[in-house]
Design a protein around this ligand. Structure first.
Ligand code: XMP
Length: 184
């Protein structure tokens, strides 16, 4: 799998160090409040597992399956909620966790839907990675792990056609792996 990468962007150690700091920020922000985490599947699975074990707050974990990439390397622009029912979030402080902020459409759609039908007490977002690029939809996560350039990355939960999620680090995929196959 490593031979499919152009280079490693964030090594395991760097991720570990950043997660310690991010978890401390989240813990301080919510102090003694009870938190409900809504992890977006499948991309945030590994990030959520590692981050939340560092957050010593009373918390609940729920998951939501959404997709906007549909197997390619560019956002399709359509955010699909694969499970239509949101967990009961009324009166809760909700933190949405996602792997990566790209066009912003996914988080924007999730936060909008939360405020329309979820009626939480508060809703914030936390992403492991944020691409430096113009957003197609307004979205400002309160917590960000790393800023990065606009490149397609895999590993640590991030995939290309469901592969590479189990890499323990994050790397830039060689363009020849996806060139010619087209998005989707
Ligand atoms: P948007 O464009 O809605 O995208 O902010 C967020 C979702 O798109 C996926 N995504 C990526 N997945 N490598 C990936 O494996 C990437 O570089 C990448 N960029 C965006 C991801 O599912 C994210 O939740």
């Amino acid at each position: 799998m490593q031979e499919d990468l152009d280079r490693v962007l964030f090594e395991e150690d760097a991720i570990r160090v950043r997660l310690d700091a991010l978890a401390a920020e989240i813990t301080a922000f919510y102090s003694n409040r009870e938190l409900t985490v809504l992890a977006l599947l499948n991309g945030s699975l590994i990030f959520a597992a590692d981050l939340l074990r560092r957050v010593p707050l009373p918390l609940r974990i729920d998951c939501l399956r959404v997709s906007s990439y549909h197997g390619g390397t560019e956002s399709s622009g359509v955010v699909t909620f694969e499970e239509q029912t949101l967990p009961d979030l009324r009166g809760r402080h909700v933190l949405v966790l996602d792997d990566i902020l790209d066009t912003g459409r996914t988080l924007h759609a999730v936060l909008e839907r939360l405020s329309e039908v979820g009626a939480p007490l508060s809703a914030e977002a936390c992403v492991l990675l944020s691409k430096r690029r113009p957003r197609a939809a307004h979205c400002e996560p309160r917590f960000v792990g790393f800023e990065m350039e606009d490149e397609f990355v895999v590993g640590y939960g991030l995939d290309y056609r469901e592969r590479y999620r189990n890499l323990p680090y994050i790397g830039v995929l060689k363009p020849q792996i996806y060139c010619g196959s087209g998005p989707g």
